[in-house]
Ligand binder design. Structure first.
Ligand SMILES: Cc1cc2nc3c(=O)[nH]c(=O)nc-3n(C[C@H](O)[C@H](O)[C@H](O)COP(=O)(O)OP(=O)(O)OC[C@H]3O[C@@H](n4cnc5c(N)ncnc54)[C@H](O)[C@@H]3O)c2cc1C
Length: 398
């Protein structure tokens, strides 16, 4: 997939994308589709597990409890996932529906319902009896309610990343694996110079999609806005007689909020044999971590903590002992950082996806490609720029 890059070729790129997690891979594809000469640089291999984008599956949902400001990007991303699925040999997106379960009045239920209603997203509101009848793996309290989003998807994460990268390469993109970018240097009157170990290059524009490492490149601008966090994720198996209830046609991707506001997410088994349920906390067990040291597997205490939270909800699930840890790159308000650098000319970035960014990759990649080439994007991204953290300067009374 990767092309060898000769020193002569190195000065001829319109755009260089740094970091090929799902955001960089999608951006590289969308830039290459526009006919630009693009280079993607990735410190590791195409499917390494040191960032945030690896693994089998992710959730795509649009009835976003987090707010309707995300919906335009989600709508664009939905179309993008369908396109990628159509164009790929392997399945990239599977319509499982999404079940968002919690106490009445919780922010998960009210937020999902509100966004779905206001943005015309197909959904239904279910009581406890209906939840158990339709989704037998889920055992809920009598007062529990759910928002069911029929068109939510399970995304196949590694396949999606590989598909974007191979489609970008087919469009002529060059990809350079195993090369860490060490620094970006402003050049008088021109674009930045990109430096690695024993090489350097210039290009028309640079897109930074370096996940938890992004603050190293724009320390003034983003350094104190992003915090990499270690977050464990667990795999569960189910007894053979009950396995059927945990397959995608009866077991939607789900979010569950308990009385304390703890949020758990989960995805179905996707094969009758192998490929267990994946479950994790979204807003607990997050610990600030040096991004290069976040792979520590879950501890016994962490496992017990998760098990206590979900054993009533999913009585058929048995912990397999398989668990990993991964990186959430958090911003202060758990939203994204997308924009154009004020620190370095011709540098654009997308990161701090705060543990919910995968689903947005087609939309973000397309909008970044527009920003780079046209100077503006069809979807308003102002809600995602760091400007939101910069307090307005109060007028002096004197
Ligand atoms: C366990 C877990 C579950 C999740 N579940 C969901 C979900 O269900 N739905 C959802 O929407 N989101 C989910 N997310 C969040 C989502 O996966 C992330 O938001 C997304 O993958 C972030 O992608 P990224 O490309 O920004 O970062 P990354 O995947 O971290 O990619 C950054 C890349 O940059 C490279 N890089 C860094 N520095 C350099 C350098 N100096 N030179 C060259 N390359 C460099 C890295 O090697 C890496 O490959 C989940 C995340 C985790 C960890």
């Amino acid at each position: 997939m990767s092309d060898t890059i000769t020193p002569a070729a190195r000065s001829t790129y319109d755009v260089v994308v740094i970091g090929l997690g799902i955001m960089g891979a999608s951006t590289l594809f969308h830039l290459s589709r526009r006919g630009l000469r693009v280079l993607g640089i990735e410190a590791h291999g195409p499917l390494h597990d040191l960032g945030s984008s690896h693994g089998q599956t992710r959730i795509f949902r649009r009835a976003y409890w987090e707010g309707e400001m995300y919906v335009p990007l989600l709508n664009r991303s939905y179309t993008g996932w369908m396109e990628l699925d159509d164009a790929s040999d392997d399945r990239i997106a599977l319509r499982t529906g999404g079940l968002f379960v919690g106490p009445p009045g919780s922010r998960l239920i009210e937020g999902s319902r509100e966004t779905a209603r206001r943005c015309g997203i197909r959904h239904e509101y279910l009581g406890a009896r209906e939840i158990s009848r339709r989704f037998p793996a889920f055992h809920v309290r009598d007062d529990a309610v759910a928002v069911h989003e029929q068109d939510a998807l399970m995304l196949f994460a590694d396949r999606a990343r590989l598909s974007y990268l191979s489609r970008a390469a087919a469009n002529g993109a060059h990809i350079w694996y195993g090369q860490a970018v060490r620094s970006l240097h402003p050049e008088a009157g021109g674009p930045v110079r990109i430096r690695g170990d024993g090489w350097q290059l210039s290009c028309g524009a640079t897109v930074l999609a370096a996940g938890g490492w992004i603050g190293e490149f724009l320390p003034e601008e983003l350094g104190d806005l992003v915090t990499p966090m270690r977050v464990p994720v667990y795999e569960f198996e189910v007894d053979r007689p009950r396995a059927r209830d945990h397959l995608p046609d009866r077991f939607p991707v789900f979010l569950y909020e308990d009385d304390e506001g703890t949020l758990v997410y989960g995805l179905p088994k996707w094969q009758a044999v192998g490929g267990g349920l994946r479950v994790g906390f979204h807003n607990r067990q997050l610990s600030p971590q040096n991004v290069n040291d976040a792979r520590r597997p879950p501890t016994d205490a962490e496992r017990m903590d998760l098990w206590r939270t979900i054993r009533g909800l999913l009585p058929g699930a048995q912990y397999t002992g398989r668990g990993t840890s991964c990186v959430y790159t958090m911003s202060r308000d758990q939203s994204f950082l997308i924009g154009r650098s004020r620190e370095l000319d011709g540098v654009f970035y997308a990161s701090a996806c705060s543990g919910h960014g995968f689903k947005f990759a087609p939309g973000v990649g397309d909008m970044l490609a527009q920003l780079v080439t046209d100077g503006e994007s069809a979807i308003d991204l102002s809600a995602f720029t760091p400007e939101r953290f910069r307090a307005p300067v109060e007028a002096s009374p004197y």
